[in-house]
Design a protein around this ligand. Structure first.
Ligand code: HEC
Ligand code: HEC
Length: 152
């Protein structure tokens, strides 16, 4: 075969290959995803989480009324009008199964002191008070001591 024909043969092969890719993508063919056959909008079909592991153990509270620090990552946990990711583990109905601490009884009390049948709107946005814990040196010196009678 004439050596000078090689470049054109290669060009033809490339065109055929690109055309094949184009056709298989356009047909939506057998593109495999990690999501499997779950459609993008089928959030309800997402596989159930079966195992929950705390990232670390809760640090002791500095005083009794302190909102406990969060001992796990919360990065993608959404809290908005429609959903509260924290409650999917910490609500009283789920806590046994997920082994998370139940939200405190105080979280059912509204600002007038009445007990409600569900979490009080005052306590809905958990990260207003609960922040992830970090084992880092304090930014400012602090000599706080809890009172002896209610030390935990
Ligand atoms: C997938 C389940 C899950 C989700 C979602 C979750 N948590 Fe947790 N959380 C746990 C588990 C399990 C523990 C560990 C309890 C332990 O080790 O005593 C924990 C511990 C905590 C604690 C420490 C409680 C204590 O006893 O000191 C706080 C505070 C907390 N979570 C807040 C949150 C907040 C706020 C969110 C949402 C931003 C959230 N969690 C979302 C499972 C979850
Ligand atoms: C306005 C502040 C505030 C908000 C908002 C709030 N908490 Fe708390 N949380 C506290 C304080 C303070 C405590 C400790 C004293 C107590 O039990 O009330 C506490 C205690 C807890 C405890 C430990 C309960 C126990 O028995 O030791 C958990 C778990 C918890 N909160 C989860 C949540 C979750 C989940 C949300 C959101 C749905 C939330 N909290 C919203 C302030 C808050």
């Amino acid at each position: 075969m004439n050596k000078r024909m090689w470049p054109s043969i290669r060009a033809v092969c490339l065109v055929v290959f690109l055309a094949w890719i184009g056709v298989s993508t356009a047909q939506g063919g057998e593109v495999r995803t990690l999501r499997g056959s779950v459609p993008l909008d089928g959030a309800d079909n997402a596989p159930e989480l079966t195992k929950w592991m705390p990232d670390s153990h809760p640090l002791p509270r500095a005083y009794l009324q302190q909102p406990p620090l969060v001992p796990h990552q919360i990065e993608s946990y959404k809290i908005d009008l429609r959903q509260n990711k924290c409650l999917t583990c910490h609500s009283w109905g789920k806590a046994k199964e997920t082994r998370a601490t139940k939200i405190s009884l105080t979280h059912f009390r509204n600002r007038f002191g009445s007990e409600m049948s569900d979490i009080s709107p005052q306590r809905y946005f958990c990260t207003q008070c609960h922040v992830p814990q970090k084992d880092a040196p304090p930014l400012v010196e602090n000599t706080f001591q809890p009172v002896d009678a209610v030390v935990q």
